[in-house]
Design a protein around this ligand. Structure first.
Ligand SMILES: NC(=O)c1ccc[n+]([C@@H]2O[C@H](COP(=O)([O-])OP(=O)(O)OC[C@H]3O[C@@H](n4cnc5c(N)ncnc54)[C@H](O)[C@@H]3O)[C@@H](O)[C@H]2O)c1
Length: 335
C-alpha cells in the first residue's frame, strides 16, 4: 500500500507520469482522467488502473485519492489544480504553472489556505547534469554565478504536429519556463529586470512567435541570457537542443543534453535518441521524470520537503509574462 495518486491529462507528458508512477514502490496509481474518455479508458485498461474519469472534478470526488498530478495543456491547469486542492489533495502540476500569473497566484493561495503541497514539475532540477551544476555551486567549486547562457529549442514538429494547443501558449511559456527556472535556481536571487526580443514568421498563422531571446538581470548583479525557438528543422537529429554555459567567479560549466551519447544512423537518417528522462531498462523504468514523481510521493508521505517551492512556480510565471511583454513593447520590464 502506497500513496494513492490520480493523474489528470493523459497526453505526451501524462502517459510518462503513468509509466513512472507504476514503477514507484511507495505509489499506487488508482485513477486517471482525461476529457477524452476513450483515452482515459484505454490507458486505465492498458496499465491496470482501477478507475477512469472524464474530468478532474469526478476524479477528485473519489475520496481515496490523496494526491493528483496535473498534465493538461499549459492554459488549462487552473481548473484541475483548484478542483484537487479544494478536495484536499496534494498536487504536482506540469510547467509552466499557468499561462497567466494571476491563475498561478490563485493556485498558490488555495494551497496555502489548505496547507497542501503544490509543486511545479521543473523536471530539469532532477536531470543529472543540471542538478550537478547546482551541487557545484553549493560546494563553491565554481564560485558564485556571474553570467549564464541557456538555450532550449525544439524542432517545428512540436508546435505543428505534437501540440494541438500551440496557439494557446507561447514558446516562452512552453520552453523558456524551464530555462528561467534553472537560471533562478542557480543564481538563488530574484530577477529584477527583463529585456526580450522575439521573431514571428514561420508560425505566424498560429499567432505565436518562432523564437524569443531574453536577458534576465538578477538582484545583486549577474545576468542570464535565455534563448528558445520552436522552428528548428525536423531533419535535426534531436527533437530538442538544450545547452547551458555558466561562468562563476572561480570556474565555468558547460552542459549539452542535445546528444546523450547515442547516435543512430539508419534508413537515411541520423537520430539522437533521449533516454535520460524515462527509459525502460529490462522491464524497469528509470529516469529523471521518475525521480520527480518519487520525490513528490516522498513529500506527500511527509518524508521530504518539496525541492520546488510554490512561490518559485508563481515567480516563474511572472518572469515569463515580463519576457512576453518586453518582447511586444520593445523595452525593459522591471519586476
Ligand atoms: N516537464 C516537461 O518537460 C514537459 C514536457 C512536455 C510537456 N509538459 C507539459 O505538460 C502539459 C501537457 O503537455 P502534453 O504535451 O502532454 O499535452 P497533450 O496535448 O499531449 O496532452 C494533454 C492531455 O490533456 C487532456 N485534457 C485537456 N483538457 C483537459 C481537462 N480540462 N481535463 C482533463 N484532461 C484534459 C487532453 O485530452 C490530452 O490528452 C503541458 O503543460 C506541457 O507544457 C512538460
Amino acid at each position: 500500500m502506497g500513496i494513492k495518486i490520480g493523474i489528470v491529462g493523459l497526453g505526451n507528458q501524462g502517459i510518462l507520469h503513468v509509466e513512472a508512477l507504476k514503477s514507484i514502490p511507495g505509489a499506487e496509481l488508482v485513477a486517471v482522467a482525461d476529457v477524452n474518455t476513450e483515452r482515459a479508458k484505454s490507458v486505465a485498461y492498458e496499465y491496470k488502473i482501477p478507475r477512469y474519469y472524464s474530468s478532474a472534478r469526478e476524479l477528485c470526488e473519489y475520496p481515496e485519492v490523496e494526491a493528483v498530478i496535473v498534465a493538461t495543456p499549459d492554459h488549462l491547469h487552473l481548473e484541475p489544480v483548484l478542483e484537487a486542492l479544494k478536495a484536499g489533495k496534494h498536487v504536482l502540476v506540469e510547467k509552466p504553472m499557468a499561462a497567466r500569473s494571476g491563475e498561478a497566484e490563485l493556485m498558490r493561495a488555495e494551497s496555502r489556505r489548505r496547507d497542501l503541497i503544490l509543486m511545479v514539475n521543473f523536471e530539469n532540477r532532477f536531470n543529472p547534469p543540471f542538478a550537478y551544476v547546482k551541487e557545484l555551486l553549493e560546494r563553491g567549486d565554481i564560485g558564485s554565478p556571474l553570467y549564464a547562457y541557456i538555450r532550449l529549442s525544439d524542432t517545428v514538429y512540436v508546435p505543428r504536429r505534437m501540440l494541438p494547443w500551440a496557439s494557446q501558449t507561447s514558446v516562452a511559456h512552453f520552453l523558456m519556463s524551464h530555462t528561467a527556472d534553472l537560471a533562478c535556481w542557480y543564481f538563488g536571487r530574484r530577477v529584477r529586470e527583463v529585456y526580450a526580443a522575439s521573431v514571428s514568421k514561420v508560425l505566424s498563422d498560429l499567432g505565436t512567435p518562432d523564437a524569443v531571446g531574453a536577458l534576465l538581470k538578477f538582484e545583486g548583479g549577474g545576468f542570464a541570457t535565455l534563448e528558445s525557438g520552436w522552428v528548428l528543422p525536423e531533419s535535426s537529429p534531436s527533437v530538442f537542443d538544450f545547452k547551458l554555459e555558466l561562468v562563476g567567479s572561480e570556474g565555468a560549466v558547460h552542459v549539452n543534453t542535445e546528444w546523450e551519447g547515442l547516435a543512430i544512423a539508419s534508413k537515411g537518417k541520423l537520430v539522437y535518441p533521449h533516454m535520460a528522462k524515462l527509459y525502460r531498462l529490462r522491464g524497469t523504468v528509470t529516469g529523471f521524470l521518475r525521480e520527480v514523481d518519487r520525490h513528490f510521493v516522498e513529500c506527500v508521505s511527509g518524508r521530504a520537503t518539496p525541492l520546488i517551492k510554490v512561490e518559485e512556480g508563481v515567480e516563474n510565471t511572472r518572469i515569463i509574462e515580463a519576457i512576453v511583454r518586453s518582447s511586444l513593447e520593445g523595452r525593459a520590464i522591471k519586476l
